[in-house]
Design a protein around this ligand. Structure first.
Ligand code: F6P
Ligand code: MN
Length: 442
C-alpha cells in the first residue's frame, strides 16, 4: 500500500454495502450461475454427449464449493488451472497475504478488501468453467446480457432513430447546437450505466422508458459535472488539428446490452461531429461482474442490430461494423481489466496497456467498477481531490462516467455528501446519482 492512502472498503464493516454484497448479492449471483448451467444441461448433452453432462456436473460442483467457501468465510485459495493470468493472480494473493500482520493470517472473504474478493469471485467462476471441458467456453452470464438487450429494444430504437436524424443535420449545426447534442449523448451514456446486472444480483435491469426524454429531469442527480471540460478539450482538438492528424478518444467499456449501445451511439457521434477521428474500446477477456462486455458481446450486439428489422437500428449496426472494418473503431482486449489491481499500479503491472492509453487525447472510464479501481476502492473523504485519489494514474486526460453503486466518492464540495446523506442514507449505492469527473490539464 502506498503511504498516505486510506484503508480499503471491506466486508469487515458489518452493515456496509461491501458487507451486504459479499453476504447477499454475491451468493445470489453464484446460485444464479449454477441454475443457468443446470438449465443448459440438455444443450450440453446434445452438443457433447455424456461428456457434456459430466462437465456440467463438474462445473456445478466447483461453483457450489466456491459458494460454500464464501458463506463460511474460508481462506482465499490460489488458482490451480493454467490460464494467461494465473501466475499474476496467485502473486496478488500472496501480496494480499503479506498485508496481513497476524501470524498465519490468511486473506478471507469478509476480511480482505472488497474489490479484491469480488474480482476473485468472478475469476473463480471462470476457473470452474475452464476446468470443465468441453463446456469451457460457456458464458454463464450470456443469457442475462442478451435478455437485457432485448428488453431495452424500444428505448434502443428511439436512440438509434435519434442518432440517424442527427446525422442528417449535423453539418448544419452551429457550435452551440453541437455542444448541446454532445452533452445529451454523454448523459445518455451516463444513465445507461444504471442498467448493470451485478447490482441487481443478475435480475433484469433493462431500460424500458425513452431515455432521451429523461435527460433533463435527471440533471439534478449529476453530483460532479465536468462535461464542459470534455467539450473544451475535444472542440479544441478539432479546431487546432492539422489535416490527416488524429484525435483519439478511448472508451473503457462497462456493461453490454443497453449501456453498450449508449456508448456506441456516443462514439458514432464523436466521429461524425469530428470531435474525434478515432475511437478505441476496451472490453473484458472473460465474463465479468455479470454484465460486462466481452468481445463476443460486442460483436453479438452489433450483429443483432445489423439484422434488426427496424431501419435505423439496422443502419447503426451496419455503420458500426463498417467503422470497425475501416479502423476508425478499434477494439482492444487486455487481461489487466479482469485483475483485482487498482489502476495506480497499471504502469507497473501492465506497462503495455498504460502505453496504449497514453496515446489517447481523452479516456472515458465507464461505470462503477472502473471508478472503484481508479480510486482504489478506499475510504477517501468525499472532498479529497480526484487527482489525489488517482495516486499517479494519469495516462492521458480522463473522465469517469459512472452512476454511484459503491461507497466511494471523491471530489465533492464541502457539505455536499452530508446533505445527501441526511435525506438519503443510501445515496452512494442505488445508481440514482451520477458523475462526470475529469482529471487532466485544463
Ligand atoms: O457495472 P458497474 O457500473 O461497474 O457496476 C458494478 C457494480 O456492481 C456491484 O459490484 C455490486 O455488487 C457494485 O458495487 C459494482 O461496483
Ligand atoms: Mn459492470
Amino acid at each position: 500500500m502506498m503511504a498516505g492512502s486510506p484503508a480499503s472498503l471491506s466486508g469487515q464493516d458489518v452493515g456496509s454495502f461491501a458487507y451486504l454484497t459479499i453476504k447477499d448479492r454475491i451468493p445470489q449471483i453464484l446460485t444464479k450461475a449454477i441454475d443457468t448451467l443446470h438449465r443448459h444441461k440438455n444443450e450440453f448433452f446434445e452438443k457433447h454427449g455424456e461428456k457434456g453432462t459430466e462437465a456440467e456436473k463438474k462445473a456445478i460442483s466447483l461453483l457450489s464449493k466456491l459458494r460454500n467457501e464464501l458463506q463460511t468465510d474460508k481462506p482465499i485459495i490460489p488458482f490451480v488451472e493454467k490460464f494467461v493470468d494465473t501466475d499474476i493472480w496467485n502473486q496478488y494473493l500472496e501480496y494480499q497475504q503479506s498485508l496481513i500482520n497476524e501470524n498465519d493470517g490468511k486473506p478471507r472473504w469478509f476480511y480482505s478488501p472488497w474489490l479484491f474478493v469480488e474480482c476473485y469471485m468472478y475469476r473463480r467462476i471462470h476457473e470452474a468453467i475452464i476446468q470443465s471441458p468441453p463446456i469451457d467456453d460457456f458464458d454463464v452470464f450470456k443469457e442475462s446480457k442478451e435478455k437485457n438487450f432485448f428488453e431495452s429494444q424500444e428505448s434502443l430504437v428511439a436512440l438509434c432513430t435519434h442518432l440517424q436524424e442527427l446525422r442528417t443535420t449535423i453539418e448544419d449545426l452551429d457550435e452551440n447546437q453541437l455542444k448541446d447534442e454532445f452533452f445529451k449523448l454523454l448523459q445518455i451514456s451516463l444513465w445507461g450505466n444504471k442498467c448493470d446486472l451485478s447490482l441487481s444480483g443478475g435480475e433484469t435491469s433493462s431500460q424500458r422508458t425513452n431515455i432521451i426524454n429523461s435527460v433533463e429531469e435527471l440533471k439534478p442527480f449529476i453530483l460532479v459535472n465536468d462535461m464542459e471540460h470534455l467539450w473544451s478539450l475535444l472542440n479544441n482538438c478539432k479546431k487546432t488539428r492539422e489535416k490527416a492528424s488524429v484525435t483519439r478518444v478511448d472508451v473503457v467499456l462497462d456493461n453490454s446490452g443497453f449501456e453498450l449501445v449508449t456508448d456506441l451511439v456516443l462514439a458514432d457521434f464523436l466521429l461524425c461531429s469530428q470531435l474525434a477521428t478515432e475511437i478505441h474500446f476496451y472490453g473484458k477477456t472473460i465474463p465479468w461482474f455479470v454484465s460486462d462486455t466481452t468481445v463476443h458481446d460486442f460483436n453479438w450486439l452489433i450483429e443483432q442490430m445489423k439484422g434488426s428489422n427496424h431501419k435505423w437500428m439496422s443502419k447503426c449496426g451496419a455503420d458500426w461494423e463498417n467503422s470497425i472494418k475501416m479502423g476508425r473503431w478499434v477494439y482492444h482486449d487486455h487481461i489487466f481489466w479482469t485483475l483485482p489491481h487498482e489502476f495506480c499500479v497499471m504502469s507497473q503491472v501492465a506497462p503495455d496497456l498504460y502505453a496504449e492509453l497514453q496515446k489517447a487525447h481523452l479516456i472515458l472510464f465507464k461505470g462503477d467498477l472502473n471508478y472503484r479501481k481508479l480510486t482504489g476502492d478506499r475510504k477517501w473523504a468525499c472532498t479529497i481531490p480526484f487527482h489525489q485519489a488517482l495516486r499517479g494514474f494519469h495516462p492521458a486526460p480522463l473522465c469517469s462516467v459512472r452512476t454511484l453503486k459503491a461507497e466511494v466518492q471523491v471530489g465533492l464540495q464541502p457539505g455536499q455528501a452530508e446533505q445527501l446523506a441526511a435525506s438519503e442514507p443510501n445515496w452512494m449505492t442505488t445508481g440514482k446519482y451520477g458523475i462526470f469527473q475529469f482529471d487532466g490539464p485544463l
